[in-house]
Design a protein around this ligand. Structure first.
Ligand code: FES
Length: 81
């Protein structure tokens, strides 16, 4: 699995740095930091929808600190387990 977090200017302003940190911690806590690759991406084409991430081929928009855990479980944990 490969995860990208958008750090384009729109997502950056909406807090993609926080999402990167949450993602790093969540991967580590779940023992996935060795197997799941995470990198930054420049603009995933959904600038108006909040912070966007890409999990393999799927783009998920509107990621916030508040809904991060739910999104992580649904798109990352559910898929790897
Ligand atoms: S800047 Fe993140 S989707 Fe465009």
């Amino acid at each position: 699995m490969d995860i990208k977090v958008c750090i384009g200017s729109s997502c950056h302003l909406r807090g993609s740095y926080d999402i990167i940190n949450l993602m790093k911690d969540a991967l580590k806590e779940n023992g996935l930091d060795e197997t799941v690759g995470m990198s930054a991406a420049f603009c995933l084409g959904h600038c108006g929808d909040g912070v966007s991430i890409k999990v393999d081929d799927q783009v998920i928009s509107g990621v916030t600190k508040e809904n991060f855990n739910e999104i992580f479980s649904r798109y990352v944990l559910n898929t790897v387990n």
